[in-house]
Design a protein around this ligand. Structure first.
Ligand code: GRF
Length: 203
């Protein structure tokens, strides 16, 4: 895989991909990081790993379409074939979707279709669920609505705070995001409508 990563913040999922590649468990190369936040700690992680990064200010463009076109241009200039959203806090639009059809994946900290959108862990706590988790999915035009690749569940404890639950979920995010990318790199994901079939290991 030639990966382009989009991240807006801390970038621990980005780091999980960097580490998996360094450990030799993910046959991929991160070609570039794109961020919409000049303060994102993800930038520091890219620097340390020697990964090129670009910051684009959405407000510096006429509209969202022009902003995304610039991102697409950048990704293509690095020969990116697969895009990973790792804590990228924006809805993906036409330019990116049409340039990378079924090649954009996202990690979301809830068991979709429950709790899409922002503050998913808090939504889960407030709702009172006993099982929470995370989802890796292909990205479509909706908010956290695309075909599901992998999910992982974690328990919710009575004394959980948003922080403690988020931390438990995050560990699983790092694991299933890398796993999904590995399956993608091995061409083992078959999308049939909403359902993603995982093909057996051919090797
Ligand atoms: C993660 O919980 C991710 O699922 C959500 O935002 C958080 C980003 O964390 N969309 P990080 O930037 O990868 O550390």
């Amino acid at each position: 895989l030639n990966l382009g990563v989009l991240a807006s913040g801390r970038g621990s999922n980005f780091q999980a991909i960097i580490d998996a590649i360094a450990w030799g468990v993910l046959p991929a190369k991160i070609k570039v990081l794109v961020t919409d936040n000049p303060e994102a700690y993800a930038i520091e992680r890219a620097r340390r790993a020697g990964i090129p990064w670009h910051y684009f200010d959405p407000k510096g463009f006429k509209n969202k379409e022009e902003y995304e076109k610039e991102i697409v241009k950048t990704l293509l200039s690095y020969e990116v074939d697969t895009v990973c959203l790792a804590g990228y806090m924006r809805l993906i639009g036409k330019p990116l979707l049409s340039s990378f059809p079924m090649r954009i994946i996202n990690i979301h900290p809830a068991l979709l279709p429950a709790f899409p959108g922002l503050h998913a862990q808090k939504q889960a706590l407030d709702y009172g669920v006993k099982i929470a988790g995370c989802t890796v999915h292909f990205v479509d035009e909706g908010m956290d609505t695309g075909p599901i690749i992998l999910q992982a569940a974690v328990p919710v404890y009575d004394d959980d705070s948003e922080e403690s639950l988020s931390e438990r979920i995050l560990e699983q995010e790092h694991r299933i995001l890398v796993e999904a990318l590995r399956l993608l790199s091995e061409n083992r994901l078959l999308v049939e409508g909403r359902r993603v079939r995982i093909l057996p290991d051919g090797g």
